[in-house]
Design a protein around this ligand. Sequence first.
Ligand code: COA
Length: 323
Amino acid sequence: MTRRAVVRGIGHYLPERVVANAEFEKTLDTTDAWIRSRSGIERRHFAAPGENTSDLATRAALAALANAGMEGAEIDAVILATSTADLTFPSAATMVQEAIGNTSGFAFDVQAVCAGFVYALANANALITSGQADRVLVIGAETFSRIMDWTDRGTCVLFGDGAGALVLEGVEGTGTPADSGILATDLNSDGRFRDLLYVDGGVSTGSAGVLRMQGKEVFRHAVEKLATTAETALARAGLTHDDVDWVVPHQANIRIIEATAKKLALPMERVVVTVQDHGNTSAASIPLALSVGVQRGQIKPGDLIVTEAIGGGLAWGAVVLRW
Ligand code: COA
């Protein structure tokens, strides 16, 4: 018998305000056509003033709990992947913990930028398979609109706000790849590349700062590293790309998504794509895509999913799970 972390519920939340590419034409030297052709993004959501990451995370968490038929009080651990926590501390996860009415569990943030949700899933899996927790709420939530340089057309058109959440629970599996739940994970980082994508503020500067990116370089690393991490996680699970029903990639850029699918020898018909509607929501993009994929009727019970992401650090990784 092998203990597995299986998905019991899923949900997401997107702020009300939708911003189409054309809005940027008013303030920047850019066009809807440029943004679409270079990134695949058509629109994104931005949080309202006073609406913070923990608020988005709470909405997604409550939706996932409702979907699982569970109360917040039944959760053992809340793991929130975010790089845009409301405050330097406490963690946004503890804010969510209070908001969902949980006092018996423990809560913490995971900060691995766009790879954050993959890191959070791997942490949740480790807590569950080691017997330290039975029910873990794993959330990805971001308000990247708060760390944009609105004069930098190379970055501010690419990002959006949102949140998605999963409820995982420990069950006994058979130890074969036919099991439901998380089957394998692969995590990586390489701090030599930290200057390619970073925020130029924080505790050391006295202000939150804004995002800085060398887009072309990040693009190059992404295509190379995402396919490799996905293949590694699949091999660890004893599976190959032929077994995959759905790739659920980090939604940064349609060209990265397409190039990675090609390297994995998987047709775009087996890739869940939401980047056109959400932009890059960093750690929120994968749970958002999973939730939308379920809503659309793409992802069904029993499907084999590989999810992969890369972001600042650089940090990257993949998770193989059966829905
Ligand atoms: N509108 C119009 N022109 C723009 C623009 C915009 N919004 N943003 C940048 N440009 C211009 C640049 O100023 C540059 O002009 P120049 O050649 O006169 O200097 C040119 O477009 C850049 O072209 P290029 O570098 O060939 O663009 P690209 O095909 O690399 O696309 C990105 C740029 C940012 C979309 C792309 O590099 C990318 O997506 N990178 C990965 C970013 C990412 O996903 N990061 C997050 C990972 S988690």
